[in-house]
Design a protein around this ligand. Structure first.
Ligand code: ATP
Length: 262
C-alpha cells in the first residue's frame, strides 16, 4: 500500500530505556508534502522517536508506516524512500566530501555519471565546492551538517528526516538550506525535522508536532497549533514552563552566580 495520504504515521509507538519511558505511546502523523517540525523540550523523546521512525532503533511497541509501508517489516523498501540526517552524525572521516557523496550514491545503486552530476550540484548549492577534496575529518561542524544533508538528498528520497539540521550552520548557509528544502517539499516530497528554534519552525513549517515527556501534546497545521499566539508562546503553554527544568524564575537561587561584592 503506497497511496497513503500520510508520509509518516506511527501508532502507539513505545520505547523504554531501563525504568525510563522515553517514548510512551506516540501517534505521530505527518501528511505528505508537508514541511513538518517536531519540537519539544530536552529529553522529550524527539530523537528516540526519529530513530525508531527511520529504522535505526527497534521500538518496544507500536507500528510505524512511511508512505504506507511498515518500517520494521519492509525495511529495504522504506530505506530506499527515506533520507536521514541523524543527531550526532557519523561520517566516513577519511573520505573527501566528494568521495563521500560518490560512495553514498554507489551504495544506493545510482549510475556513476548520475552520481557525479548530482554530487557536483549538491556541493555547489551547499557552498562546499572549494572544500570538496578536503577530508571530512577536517570539516567544521556546519560543513559536516551540509555534507550530511547532501548525502541524505543524493538519492532523491520521498521523505527526509533531519535531527537539528541547522545547528552550527552559518546564517547564509542556513538560508540556502531552507531554500533547497522548500523547493524539495514544493515538488511533493516531505521534510520532518526536529528543532529547538521556534522562530525557524514557525517560518518553515506548515505542520507541527509538539512532544513532551514521551507524548505528543499537540499536533496539526501550524496555525491550529499556535492558535493565534506565537509558536513560542503556544509551546511554553503546552509543555508547561517551569517543568522539565525550564524554570520560570529566571534562575532565582543562583545567588552565588555573577560579580562578587568587593
Ligand atoms: N540510549 C539511551 N539510554 C538511556 N536513556 C536514553 C537513551 N536515549 C535516550 N534516553 C532517554 O530518553 C529520554 C528521551 O531522550 P531523547 O534523546 O529522545 O530526547 P530529545 O527530545 O531528543 O531531547 P533533546 O532535545 O535534548 O535532544 C531522555 O530522558 C533520555 O535520557
Amino acid at each position: 500500500m503506497t497511496d497513503s495520504a500520510e508520509a509518516v504515521r506511527t501508532h502507539q509507538l513505545f520505547k523504554r530505556f531501563g525504568q525510563q519511558v522515553a517514548v510512551g505511546g506516540v501517534d505521530l502523523i505527518v501528511p505528505r508534502g508537508s514541511f513538518a517540525g517536531l519540537v519539544g523540550p530536552n529529553g522529550a523523546g524527539k530523537t528516540t522517536t526519529l530513530s525508531m521512525v527511520t529504522g535505526l532503533l527497534r521500538p518496544d511497541g507500536g507500528t510505524i508506516h512511511i508512505d504506507g509501508l511498515d518500517v520494521w517489516r519492509d525495511p529495504v523498501q522504506v530505506k530506499a524512500r527515506i533520507g536521514v540526517l541523524p543527531e550526532g552524525l557519523r561520517l566516513f572521516e577519511r573520505l573527501s566530501g566528494r568521495e563521500l557523496l560518490s560512495y553514498n550514491g554507489q551504495l544506493r545503486g545510482i549510475p556513476k555519471a548520475e552520481v557525479e552530476h548530482r554530487a557536483e550540484e549538491l556541493l555547489r548549492v551547499m557552498d562546499l565546492t572549494e572544500s570538496a577534496d578536503k577530508l571530512v575529518v577536517d570539516y567544521s561542524t556546519g560543513m559536516r551538517k551540509k555534507i550530511g544533508l547532501a548525502a541524505a538528498l543524493l538519492h532523491n528520497p520521498r521523505v527526509l528526516f533531519l535531527d537539528e539540521p541547522f545547528e552550527g550552520v552559518d546564517p547564509v548557509s542556513a538560508n540556502t538550506l531552507t531554500e533547497v528544502l522548500r523547493r524539495y517539499t514544493h515538488s511533493g516530497a516531505t521534510v520532518v525535522f526536529s528543532s529547538h528554534v521556534m522562530d525557524l519552525v514557525e517560518r518553515l513549517c506548515d505542520w507541527v508536532s509538539v512532544m513532551s515527556r514521551g507524548q505528543i501534546v499537540a499536533q496539526g497545521p501550524l496555525d491550529q497549533v499556535r492558535a493565534g499566539r506565537s509558536l513560542n508562546e503556544a509551546f511554553l503553554g503546552l509543555v508547561g514552563a517551569g517543568e522539565h527544568g525550564h524554570g520560570t524564575d529566571g534562575g532565582e537561587g543562583l545567588s552565588w552566580l555573577g560579580a562578587t561584592s568587593a
